[in-house]
Design a protein around this ligand. Structure first.
Ligand code: NDP
Length: 339
């Protein structure tokens, strides 16, 4: 049976990745798309072969759909998700789930009460590279994990230099955009929760004047004592990306893996020498939809659940609070962040 989807948001991410991902395996179809602008809705629908382009949430939710994919700007996610959940629709929502972890918790609670599936579209944990790292760590191949480093400072392409660098009210800034992903990927690869973060943010020229950060460096502490650092940004054109985990018996060094495509490499270095780890190259977003469809059929959970989305947002929220206060902040997805 095919899952009938409604898209909330005529966005770049839907256009570039998610429309193809929903259609990739023949078990999902897109019935309607909603844009706040009726002309954009019609044009987007026509451009992507979607039967219906609508401009209200009621029209979308009434279009005979099973699930919605929300990829509007961040301040709209909460209200749109709650409306979809109240209408009995399953929800795959973009990160950050909302502007605050308290609002994200409301989404999780509403989905639970309504008996619908809520997933967070954290694509990176769908990357074969990150799953290979998680498996290698769980198998003890680097011994006891000690420290991790995430290199995720990129250059925001010109066509995306909009609300992310100009609109605090829409949840712009590098932390809500990229640090949420890094917090989730660290949690996923290390298979443990962060307990504390200390962060510096900067405005290096792109987001200047708006009170938004376009770069961040965070230090994370995990319950086991593992410490990690992550670097996020919009302004570095030539940095490259990577993810390293260093343990008592070995190191995992992944290069070119903080990206939207199933690319990059993972090297395991131990006393035995160096080994390039093999990993599957399934499209990250196709896997996200595949896992979501399976969850609707009662098989497992979405790749990243609503609770995972609360964790990543609580982590990013704590990083922002730390940058503002100059103090380390504890991360608590139940209560929000505190100094
Ligand atoms: P876009 O800026 O492309 O789209 C966001 C909204 O802006 C759309 O919903 C649309 O409003 C409006 N919009 C888009 N293009 C135009 C245009 N040309 N003219 C007028 N309005 C326009 O955002 P992204 O796709 O980059 O991000 C959307 C969401 O997805 C965010 O929550 C972001 O954090 C997340 N994201 C997640 C990624 C991932 O890999 N998980 C990657 C990229 C983004 P309307 O719908 O009303 O027409």
């Amino acid at each position: 049976m095919s899952v009938k989807w409604g898209l909330i948001g005529a966005s770049t991410i839907a256009r570039q990745f998610m429309i193809n991902a929903i259609r990739a395996r023949g078990d999902g179809e897109i019935v309607a798309v909603m844009s706040a602008d009726p002309e954009r809705a019609t044009a987007f629908a026509r451009e992507h072969g979607i039967p219906d382009g609508v401009s209200t949430l009621d029209a979308l939710l009434g279009a005979g759909i099973d699930a919605v994919y929300i990829s509007t700007t961040n301040e709209l996610h909460l209200e749109q998700a709650l409306a979809a959940i109240n209408a009995g629709k399953h929800v795959l929502c973009e990160k950050p789930l909302a502007l605050t972890s308290a609002d994200a918790r409301r989404m999780v609670a509403a989905a639970k009460a309504a008996g619908v599936v809520l997933g967070t579209n954290h694509h990176l944990r769908n990357a074969g590279a990150h799953r290979a790292m998680r498996t290698a760590i769980a198998a003890g191949r680097i011994g006891r994990p000690i420290a991790a480093r995430v290199f995720h400072a990129v250059y925001l392409p010109e066509h995306l230099q909009g609300w992310r660098i100009t609109r605090p009210d829409a949840g712009g800034g590098a932390v809500l955009d990229i640090t949420v992903h890094d917090a989730d990927t660290l949690r996923f690869v290390l298979n443990e929760d962060p307990v504390e973060v200390s962060a510096f943010t900067q405005s290096a020229g792109m987001a200047s004047g708006q009170g938004l950060e376009d770069g961040a460096m965070c230090l994370w502490r995990f319950g086991s004592g593992v410490i990690a650092q992550s670097h996020e940004g919009f302004t570095t054109k030539y940095a490259g990306t990577g993810f390293e985990v260093h343990g008592s018996e070995g190191s995992l060094i992944a290069t070119g893996v903080m990206t939207q495509k199933p690319v990059g490499s993972v090297l395991l270095r131990t006393a035995k020498g160096e080994e390039e780890l093999a990993f599957d190259r399934e499209d990250l977003y196709t896997r996200s939809v595949r896992k979501f469809h399976a969850a609707l059929a009662g098989q497992g959970r979405p790749a990243a659940t609503g609770e995972d989305g609360v964790w990543s947002l609580a982590s990013a929220e704590a990083a922002l609070l730390s940058a503002k206060s100059g103090k380390a902040v504890s991360i608590d997805p139940e209560l929000g962040s505190a100094q």
